[in-house]
Design a protein around this ligand. Structure first.
Ligand SMILES: Cc1cc2nc3c(=O)[nH]c(=O)nc-3n(C[C@H](O)[C@H](O)[C@H](O)COP(=O)(O)OP(=O)(O)OC[C@H]3O[C@@H](n4cnc5c(N)ncnc54)[C@H](O)[C@@H]3O)c2cc1C
Ligand SMILES: NC(=O)c1ccc[n+]([C@@H]2O[C@H](COP(=O)([O-])OP(=O)(O)OC[C@H]3O[C@@H](n4cnc5c(N)ncnc54)[C@H](OP(=O)(O)O)[C@@H]3O)[C@@H](O)[C@H]2O)c1
Length: 332
């Protein structure tokens, strides 16, 4: 009797689960069908949807319902607490399956190579996101004693980190944050959050909707310095080519020309400031040094040699995520 095609999927994030869904909907699903085993290193599935997406993004968290429906299919089995590379190896998978799909995502903070990253009060955004999403591998408590905080990078993770730091614990209470996170955020002293982009508004990686959302909190005053609005030929071409880039730039321009209001927590979006050093005393963060940059015509920037020291007591590095090398697989 013919047997089903046996497929192993490593990683139960959205990519792995949607791969299972696609297989179940493909020609492969016709008799004798397909049987899928998903291996996941965490005790629970859904990857960064569970342990990365911010708690005040319930719409995205909600895709868990759709992912659950795939895991509920009788052709799919999920094996949690199984780490590829230690608990299961390529040779095992090759001997038991017709095909193996790797969908292990990107879990770690990209390194930022500047002096001072090792200081107390210098945090990776991935660790902070893991904390507020209740990841079992990170401590239950977080030091939120700094009144002035810097966030490095102008991508969506920087927005998440800045927003969670600038919102009040009460605003986040209706979300699914764990009790320890609510308690930690209730003790958060941050009243000024400074987000730094090393390039300009047309180079920010924000999504337009996530950027506009910053302004929806009754507690967050978003402030953009008009001097930080600048475009070169490369930026103008990018705005013409990419609608999202244009929408982000327009939102930032609007914020730069409006009057500053009186919402209690100030969130500054700075551009053309490249982090060069996290300043420390006695092993703790006491500031951030940035170098002013300027556009070079192509949308990239060059340093001007002019530095500024910012009075901040915590620095969050949100400069991108990196995946990890998997044993016996090519890695870029
Ligand atoms: C902080 C953060 C917030 C985000 N917020 C949003 C948002 O609001 N909206 C949005 O649209 N997108 C958001 N994203 C992007 C979105 O989360 C990712 O695009 C998506 O999760 C990627 O899916 P994936 O399946 O490729 O990887 P992941 O979600 O990372 O899943 C990979 C899975 O593989 C497992 N795994 C890794 N290594 C192994 C191993 N060796 N053995 C077994 N299993 C392993 C991991 O534990 C994980 O469960 C966010 C991303 C980050 C980093
Ligand atoms: N939709 C959502 O709500 C949401 C939320 C979170 C994450 N995500 C997604 O998750 C993915 C990861 O997001 P991310 O924000 O981590 O990464 P990202 O979008 O790649 O942004 C990284 C930021 O860090 C900056 N950076 C990199 N190296 C730097 C350095 N040495 N010095 C200063 N700045 C530096 C980059 O600037 P340069 O451009 O100059 O390199 C960029 O602004 C993205 O696809 C994102 O859209 C989505």
């Amino acid at each position: 009797m013919p047997r089903p095609l046996r497929v192993a999927i490593v990683g139960a994030g959205p990519a792995g689960i949607y791969a299972a869904d696609a297989l179940l909907k493909s020609d492969t699903a016709a008799e004798p069908g397909v049987s899928i085993d998903i291996f996941e290193r965490m005790p629970a599935p859904f990857g960064l949807i569970r342990y990365g997406v911010a708690p005040d993004h319930p719409r995205i968290k909600g895709i868990i319902t759709a992912l659950h429906q795939v895991l509920d299919k009788p052709q799919v089995r999920l094996f949690g607490n199984v780490n590829y590379g230690t608990d299961v190896h390529l040779d095992d998978l090759r001997s038991f399956y017709d095909a193996v799909v790797f969908s292990t995502g990107a879990m770690f903070d990209r390194e930022l190579r500047i002096p001072g990253v090792e200081l107390d009060g210098s945090f990776g955004a991935a660790d902070f996101a893991s904390w507020y999403d209740g990841h079992p591998d990170v401590p239950r408590t977080w030091d939120l004693s700094a009144e002035k905080v810097a966030v490095l990078g102008v991508g969506n993770v920087a927005l998440d980190v800045a927003r969670i730091l600038a919102k009040t614990a009460e605003e986040l209470l209706p979300t699914e944050i764990p009790a320890n996170v609510h308690e930690g955020l209730a003790a958060n002293k941050a009243v000024e959050v400074h987000v730094f982009g090393r390039r300009g508004p047309a180079q920010a990686k924000f999504s337009p909707m996530e950027l506009r959302e910053l302004d929806h909190s009754p507690n967050i005053e978003v402030i953009v310095n008009p001097e930080d609005i600048d475009y070169d030929e490369g930026s103008i071409a990018e705005r013409r080519k990419n609608k999202q880039t244009d929408m982000v730039a327009k939102t930032l321009e609007n914020w730069a020309i409006r009057d500053v209001g009186d919402r209690p927590h100030k969130l500054f979006l700075h551009f053309f400031e490249s982090p060069v050093e996290i300043l420390g005393e006695n092993g703790e963060v006491v500031g951030l040094r940035t170098e002013r940059t300027e556009l070079d015509g192509t949308g990239n920037v060059k340093g001007t040699g002019v530095t500024t020291d910012w009075d901040v007591r915590s620095v969050y590095r949100a400069v991108g995520y990196l995946s990890d090398e998997l044993p016996k697989l090519p890695w870029d």
